[in-house]
Design a protein around this ligand. Structure first.
Ligand code: KG4
Ligand code: ZN
Length: 347
């Protein structure tokens, strides 16, 4: 019997400290420590994030190992997020991974955070019916920092088909929520309010962007001006219409995203389709994707909620497939704040 491949994975690209243990492609544990501290500032404060990662990382790894029933000596390799993300935050995860691996004399595996969001679709769990996409796989990646259409040819090779030219979809949710006085992160709050609102109450214009690219900064600005005008007429406009505003804004963002996903599917002829990233938790986006999939005979993959936002399981599953190819990193590897989705190796 070949020995098990057991990966310890670390994710620390933004404000969540996460550790997971993956064995032969199965998630044994996936722990996430959220940083509540940023709520008071209405966004992530990089310096506070790296300090919180430092405080959290050892207890989170400890918990991930014990929940998986593993000891440090059972680990075959350590996978970590190299980028993109906040440099100070990435540095904590990268340094921890190197230290852990050096002591045990095991390899380290750098993981591209964007690839990992897509790879979350390949995370298997014991005791569950594991439905996994086939290749080629077309994935809409929608997070707080990215909005991309990604073509996946195999576990380790991805191609960028479309990208936002300005803000990400998650940013549009968060910034518009802030304008309405809602707490950070605004996406989940808008999602909740939208369920009680009328998506046709207000019409916001959509950008006309060529090809498979996206734009969200125009929507944010027109939403801001619309509210400013309305508030001049009635100082309680936002409070009175909060549900309808949330529903109409959400509908507009979803329509922009889905239109490009449909176009990408038509242009590539691919019907293995998925959505990934924090915004893929949005109930409106999920429902719309399910409706379109039925109409267009897509084989649709919606991630489990625990794999939508940042988590180490997605880093570990990516690390597992890189391990199978002996795609290890040298200890000279450093974190990168910016990284393209195609980046899959140490320079
Ligand atoms: O992938 P993620 O956890 O972090 C990044 O890599 O950016 O995504 C965070 C983003 C935030 O903008 C947050 O508002 C958004 O995902 N988000 C949502 C929902 N849940 C999280 N947006 C809309 N609806 C949701 N239910
Ligand atoms: Zn992310």
């Amino acid at each position: 019997m070949t020995p098990a491949i057991t990966i310890l994975a670390i994710e620390s690209s933004c404000d969540d400290t996460s550790a997971a243990v993956i064995e032969d492609g199965y998630v044994l544990s996936n722990l996430i420590a959220n940083q509540e501290i940023h709520k008071a500032f209405g966004g992530v404060v990089p310096e506070l994030a790296s300090r919180a990662h430092q405080a959290n990382i050892i207890p989170v790894v400890d918990q991930a190992l014990s929940r998986a029933g593993k000891r440090p000596e059972d680990i075959s390799a350590v996978a970590f997020t190299r980028g993109p993300g906040l440099l100070g935050s990435l540095l904590v995860g990268t340094s921890f991974a190197k230290g852990f691996a050096l002591v045990r004399n095991i390899p380290i595996i750098e993981v591209n955070h964007l690839q990992a969001h897509v790879m979350a679709h390949f995370a298997m769990e014991h005791g569950r019916d594991n439905r996994i996409p086939g290749f080629p796989f077309l994935c809409l990646l929608v997070s707080g920092g990215h909005t991309q259409l990604i073509l996946m040819k195999d576990h380790c090779s991805m191609e960028l088909l479309g990208n936002t030219i300005d803000d990400a979809a998650g940013e549009a949710f968060d910034k518009c929520a802030k304008v309405m006085g809602l707490p950070y992160p605004g996406g989940p709050v808008i999602d909740r309010l939208a369920r009680e609102g009328n998506p046709d109450a207000f019409i916001f214009s959509k950008p006309k962007i060529q090809g498979l690219n996206f734009s969200f900064s125009g929507l944010k600005t027109s939403f801001l001006y619309f509210l400013r005008d309305k508030m001049k007429e009635d100082g309680d406009f936002i409070t009175k219409n909060i549900n309808d505003l949330a529903a109409s804004l959400q509908r507009t963002i979803i329509e922009i995203l889905i239109a490009k996903l449909i176009r990408a599917s038509k242009e590539t002829g691919i019907s293995e389709i998925g959505i990934a990233g924090g915004v893929s938790a949005n109930s409106g986006l999920r429902n719309t994707a399910v409706r379109e999939a039925a109409k267009r005979r897509w084989n649709l993959f919606l991630p489990e909620f625990r794999y939508t936002t940042d988590n180490a399981a997605m880093i570990g599953i990516t690390g597992y497939y890189k391990f199978l190819r002996s795609d290890f990193s040298d200890h000279s590897v450093t974190p990168l704040a910016r990284m393209a989705v195609e980046t899959n190796h140490t320079e």
